[in-house]
Ligand binder design. Structure first.
Ligand code: ADP
Ligand code: MG
Length: 338
């Protein structure tokens, strides 16, 4: 075989394998784009578990007409210019891959209107070589992205899609995680034209209301608020007492949702050391630190991070959680004697 450069679409489809695993991953990428665009309202409409339609509307800053095509091409991003920027990246995206990847495995329509532009424009990407057509459309300030027929042209991937119900439950779970990453953003989720979740905007200090909405009654009744700081590290959030297990186990690093092994390990160790209880209770924990101290470019979907001072971060989390775990045991001892 001779060596040849892959056609754009094929290259994007291959890259899509890393970012677009299922409908929920499309929702994640698109909603993160809306958040990066400064949206305060995000509407997520799903049809048939996302097999048929995923539509995200936001009231963010929009994309100017001349950049619509660029937004859909690979390695095109407005969020990063140099390697230095990557060291202290604050936006959720930066790889410039999501829209190119998603549009290579679906029928994607992008409509947008920045407030500075009088008319809205729409780009449609489908077919060979990612040719994009652009036409005027009606749209308020902000952006709407419609993704239809996910994996229609990659049957091998389509085969892996689960039932409508399962795929929607992944989306619902993801939207919960996002809702807890930004209390100030209003988020509505519909499935087959019915409103399934409605998260109203809350000030950070009233965040517990949203935590209760996601984590359920058990969370609002039993969780303790924790807050701790040490050498540029800050941890806050809500933790349930040991024994009250709840599947709400969410961790965030600088506003990014994570399933980071180091953080989970530290939380488990804290509970184990203070009360000899290895089963994790529910928790929603936010870690904040200097972005230079953490590498977010470890995983294409950014589920994991790498801390420069891993030991320090780990021990800090153990200490912070241990305080509340210990306080809770004292509390339950008191109760025993009453
Ligand atoms: P990345 O988020 O890594 O930059 P994407 O492929 O997700 O890459 O998006 C490409 C670019 O398109 C973004 O950098 C941004 O400029 C623009 N964009 C995407 N979605 C939106 C949106 N909802 N509102 C405004 N701009 C957007
Ligand atoms: Mg993005």
């Amino acid at each position: 075989m001779t060596i040849e450069v892959l056609p754009a679409r094929l290259a994007n489809q291959i890259a899509a394998g890393e970012v677009v695993e299922r409908p929920a991953s499309v929702v994640k990428e698109l909603v993160e784009n809306s958040i990066d665009a400064g949206a305060t309202r995000i509407q997520i409409d799903i049809e048939r578990g996302g097999h048929k339609l995923i539509r995200i509307r936001d009231n963010g800053k929009g994309i100017v007409k001349d950049e619509l095509m660029l937004a859909l091409s690979r390695h095109a991003t407005s969020k990063l210019k140099s390697l230095d920027d990557l060291e202290c990246i604050a936006s959720l995206g930066f790889r410039g891959e999501a829209l190119a990847s998603i549009s290579s495995v679906s029928r994607l329509t992008l409509s947008s209107k920045p407030s500075t532009q009088e008319t809205a424009w729409q780009a449609f990407a489908e077919g060979r070589d990612m040719a994009v057509q652009i036409q005027p459309t009606a749209h308020p300030d902000g952006t709407t992205i419609e993704v239809k027929d996910l994996f229609f042209n990659t049957p091998a991937r389509r085969k892996f899609l689960r039932t409508e119900k399962t795929e929607f439950s992944h989306i619902d779970e993801l939207v919960k995680r996002i809702a807890l990453s930004r209390f100030d953003i209003a988020i509505t989720l519909t499935h087959n034209q019915k409103v399934v979740r409605q998260y109203r905007p809350r000030a950070m200090e009233h965040g517990v209301q949203r935590v209760a909405q996601v984590g359920g009654k058990v969370f609002s009744q039993h969780a303790s608020f924790i807050e701790s700081g040490h050498e540029g590290l800050r941890l806050f959030g809500w933790v349930l007492p040991a024994g009250v297990t709840n599947s709400t186990q969410y961790t965030y690093v600088n506003g990014r949702m994570m399933r980071d092994k180091l953080i989970l390990h530290a939380i488990r160790q804290a509970f184990d050391e203070s009360i000899g209880h290895e089963e994790l209770p529910g928790f929603v924990v936010y870690l904040e630190l200097d972005p230079r101290q953490v590498d977010v470019n470890v995983h294409p979907a950014k589920h994991e991070v790498r801390f420069h001072q891993a030991r320090l971060v780990h021990d800090f989390i153990v200490q912070a959680i241990k305080q509340v775990a210990t306080a809770q045991t004292e509390l339950s001892c008191d109760n025993d004697t009453v």
